[in-house]
Design a protein around this ligand. Sequence first.
Ligand code: PLP
Length: 378
Amino acid sequence: MQRCSAGNELSRQKIPLIKPYITQEVKDKVCEVLESGYLTEGPVTKEFEEAFRTYVECRHAIAVTSCTTGLEMALRVMNIGPGDEVIIPDYTYPATADVVAIVGADTVIVDVSKDTMLIDYDALEQAITPRTKAVIPVSIFGNPLDYGRLNAIKKKHGIAIIEDAACSIGAEYKGGKVGSFADISVFSHHPRKFITTGEGGMITTNNPEWGAWMDSYKHFGMGSVTDREGVVFSRIGTNYKLSNILAAVGLVQMRQIDELLNKRTELAEKYKELLAALGNAQIPQTTAGGRHSYQSFCIFVEDRDRIMKKMRDNGVEVQIGTYALHMHPAFAESSHIIHHGSFEGSCYAFDHCLTLPLYHELTEDDQKYVIDMLQSFL
Ligand SMILES: *Cc1c(COP(=O)(O)O)cnc(C)c1O
C-alpha cells in the first residue's frame, strides 16, 4: 500500500460534521453483553430505560428501535387513525410526517418561525379543526419548545402534544428537562444525535396507562412482560424491542451525559464568540427560558449552497439543516396531506441554514479553521 506523504497546511485532516463519542467504557460494556450471551432485549435495556427516565425526570421511559417507531406507537396508543388530523411543522425530517400517514391519519403541515425554526404557534392554532387530535412539534436541533404556549393551546382546544424530541436529550425549559413536558416525547439515538446506540429511540411519558400499553405493544402485545410464565397476549402487537447490545452503548453514554452536554455548550459558546466578529452570519434564537442542547450548531447565511460546497472542498464537512417537507412529492397536497398557510419561515430555513461541525472531541483550533473557512467564502 502506498502512503501519501505528510503534507503541509493543505493536507489538513478533514473535520467531520459529527463524531460519536465512543470510550473504552462503552466498548467494555458491549463486550460484557456479548460474552453474557443475552443479546436480545433484557436487563441492560431496562437499566438504560431507568437511566433515561431518572435523567429526564418522568414516570416512564420505553426503549424502541428508532424515534420513528416510537412516534408511530405514540399515535397508536392515543388511538389516532383514519379521519383524524395531526398537525406537524414543515421544517423537519420526513419521519415526523411519515408516522401520521402510517397510522392512516391526515397530515396538516404548518410553517415554522424564521427566528427559531420551531413550529409557528399561531399557524398551529389556526390550523386546528374539530378533527385535530394531536400536534407533533419538533424541538429541532436541540432547541426546546415553548411548552407554556403549547400547553395553553392544548387546554383550549383539547389536543394532545406528541413531541418529536429526536434531537433534544439534555435540552431544558425553565429548569425542567425536555421529555417531561409533552404528553409523550420521543428521542432518537441515531449517530447524528447526541446520545447514540447506532439506531434506536426512547419514548417518555407520565401517563401510566400509555406507558403500559406501549410496553406491551412493542413486545408483541404481551399482557405482562415481567411474568413470562403466565404470559397472555392481550392485543395485536409488534416487535420494536431494543437489544441489550445497543442498550449497552446508550447506558454508558447516559452516564457521560453531563460531561458531553457541558462540552457541547462550551464549544457552541466558542462558535458564537468567533461568529460575532464576522457579522454576516446569523444565529437562530433559542426559545426564551430554554437551554439548547446543541445537537446541531446552525447558522443562517446568504448563498448557503455555494458556501457549503466551498467549505466541503476545503475539508470542512458542513451540512444543510433539514428539509422543507412541502417541497417533496411524498408530502405534496392530496386528500390526506393538507398544506396550511404559507411556508415562508420553512423556505427561509431550508435555503439559509448551515450546520457546522460539532462533537465532543472538536478542538478550538478546528473551530477557528471552520470559521476562517466560512469567513473567506462569505
Ligand atoms: C433524526 C430525526 C428523526 C428520525 O429518528 P430515527 O431514530 O432515525 O427514526 C425524526 N425526527 C427528527 C426531527 C430527527 O432529527
